[in-house]
Design a protein around this ligand. Structure first.
Ligand code: MRU
Length: 369
């Protein structure tokens, strides 16, 4: 992804000097572009918890590098390295509960280092694994783009080349990943292939990932788009103005129930009612094959109610925070919801597209069994 002509990924290790993780700090987008330096695992954990960086694949990669930073310079008082490693893993896994990529990435680093007897070699192994997870993640997103492109191509053909209108929720773009994005990868691929696409971008209250981040990405890639309020999608679908709903996922069960940003479920209901295809783009690292019933089993993050009571906006070169509800009104902030598999037309993964059923998923991913 290019920003003002410069090629970026969302996260990388700084070259030279003491071990430093760098990431695009998403809190200031789209108005300001900041890169954050993180030198300790505590800084990485804070960045994930407070959403300086966010999106399922990206927090997985950040956590893997967090494990490396912890191992590269453990505090002097540490006497039992394995106890310290397990506390560090827990610190990272406790930052955000819904996206399974976090536990996946930490688990992979743990599995890689546990095989090593020579403690001096452990930081290097953790680093290698973090790099591997990150590179795999980029490749998964690229392939999701290739497979999803076929779906958009089909719609474009049926519409005889007229604009394909795609609705997306939250930011499942390259900012949520390392590059390409999940839901946006097929959109970028279609746009680059010369297909006429237009994206309806849900603003995605309370944190406005759509208005802030997805719009920013699409703008920089030159993809035509329109920001809408979260309540607009149903109306657009009733009037034939949406050809495809395409979203990401933070955790998907082995039968295809999908946890994603709060409000995704309502989009799926409206899509079903209006016979609009509803696809979920996700890498294998966002599956939790250990779970079946997403509504009962996926933990849903509850965040600070202030995110609902206040909005942030840009005015005269500064970001302001303003209250929008009565001072004494309570607010609730459920960050994710679960869309049952029966509302999902299909899943787009790095191995291809499949139905959101136990059979469909296990055909592509035999390991799901
Ligand atoms: O709370 P966030 O912003 O981390 O939520 C992100 C989403 O819900 C994305 O849609 C999801 O992680 C898929 S990202 C490729």
């Amino acid at each position: 992804m290019k920003i003002n002509g410069t090629q970026y990924r969302t996260i990388w290790l700084k070259e030279g000097g003491p071990a430093t993780l760098q990431a695009i700090d998403q809190r200031f987008l789209p108005h300001e572009f900041h890169i954050e330096d993180m030198r300790t695992v505590e800084e990485v954990a804070r960045a994930i918890r407070e959403m300086h960086l966010r999106g399922a694949p990206l927090i997985g990669s950040a956590a893997a590098y967090g494990m490396y930073l912890a191992l590269a310079s453990p505090p002097e008082e540490v006497t039992n390295i394995w106890e310290y490693i397990s506390q560090t893993a827990q610190l990272l896994m406790d930052t955000r509960p819904t996206a399974v990529n976090l536990a996946y990435a930490v688990g992979r680093v743990l599995a890689a280092i546990e095989k090593e007897d020579d403690v001096a070699k452990i930081p290097g192994i953790a680093l290698q694994e973090a790099h591997k997870i990150t590179e795999e993640s980029v490749e998964h997103c690229r392939l999701i783009g290739e497979h999803g492109l076929e779906i958009i191509k089909d719609i474009s053909k049926k519409k005889k080349g007229k604009t394909v209108n795609i609705l997306t929720h939250c930011n499942a773009g390259w900012l949520a990943c390392i590059d390409y994005g999940t839901a946006t990868a097929p959109i970028y691929a279609a746009h680059d292939a010369g297909i006429d696409v237009h994206v309806w971008v849900d603003e995605t209250r309370p944190r406005n990932q759509g208005a802030h981040l997805t719009a920013f990405e699409l703008l920089h890639h030159g993809v035509p788009h329109t920001v809408i309020t979260d309540n607009t999608g149903g109306h657009l679908m009733q009037h034939g103005m949406v050809d495809l709903v395409l979203v990401g996922s933070d955790r998907t069960t082995r039968r295809g129930d999908v946890a994603n940003k709060i409000g995704t479920y309502l989009k799926a209901l409206a899509a079903k009612d209006n016979e609009v295809p509803f696809y979920v783009a996700l890498p294998s690292t966002s599956f939790d094959f250990g779970l079946r019933d997403g509504i009962k089993e996926i933990p849903i993050e509850e965040r600070n109610p202030d995110e609902v009571s206040y909005v942030h906006g840009w005015f005269n070169g500064k970001i302001y925070k303003v209250r929008i509800s009565p001072q004494d009104s309570q607010a609730a902030n459920y960050a994710f919801d679960v869309t049952p598999a029966r509302l999902v037309t299909g899943l787009i993964t790095e191995r291809g597209a499949c139905r959101a059923t136990e059979r469909g998923i296990s055909k592509l991913f035999p390991e799901a069994k």
